[in-house]
Design a protein around this ligand. Structure first.
Ligand SMILES: [Zn+2]
Length: 202
């Protein structure tokens, strides 16, 4: 099953931190969500490729469902993976540190330490169950995206000091460059709402 979006596929606005939905655990996808997920996935892939990014979780486009998409583009070739209800079922004791960024914290990067290898169980869009074992970039990406589904951002793995430096820097950059839409939800709120959203603590 391929999810390559065509040019007509809608690009969704990406929610920027701080935002309540980025701090909220998502709902598991059930059979009643099949149509919504079917409509969401091509848009999520299109939004991720457009950003560009290598992973995107549903809360980042304002959707409260346990859905994430990943494409590491190995050898510069598309390799889209859609993961429904993914969960980490095993993680190595060995840790690995890697610089991470996030489409919801644009321009911000920090080294994050996580288990070097993970085993992830998930469903594909047809409902079939899969298990993958990952290391390296894929392991970090899977953990980053599954974190999103649990309301956790990569900065939550840092010390409070480092986290606050990054969040303040992001807020300052957003104030200085208000041309970029904050998010679909906040853009309708006017200057006061946006200021509040930007200075609110995550
Ligand atoms: Zn992210």
């Amino acid at each position: 099953m391929r999810f390559m979006a065509d040019a007509a596929t809608e690009i969704l606005p990406i929610v920027i931190a701080p935002a309540r939905i980025l701090k909220t655990k998502t709902r598991r996808v059930g059979p009643a969500d099949a149509a919504a997920v079917g409509a969401l996935l091509p848009r999520m892939f299109a939004t991720m490729y457009h950003a560009p990014g290598i992973g995107l979780a549903a809360p980042q486009v304002g959707v409260d469902l346990a859905v994430t998409v990943i494409d590491l583009m190995p050898d510069d070739k598309p390799n889209p993976i859609a993961l429904i209800n993914p969960e980490i079922v095993a993680a190595s004791a060995e840790l690995a540190a890697r610089e991470e960024g996030c489409l919801s914290l644009p321009g911000q990067y920090a080294e994050v330490t996580r288990p070097a290898r993970v085993k992830v169980r998930y469903e594909d869009p047809s409902g079939a169950r899969h298990e993958i074992e990952a290391e390296g970039l894929l392991a970090a990406c899977l953990q980053h995206e599954i974190d999103h589904l649990n309301g956790i951002l990569f900065v939550d793995h840092l010390s409070a000091l480092k986290r606050n430096i990054i969040l303040r820097r992001l807020a300052k950059e957003r104030r200085q460059n208000p041309a970029t839409p904050l998010s679909a939800g906040a853009s309708a709120g006017g200057a006061g709402t946006r200021e509040k959203a930007l200075t609110g603590r995550v």
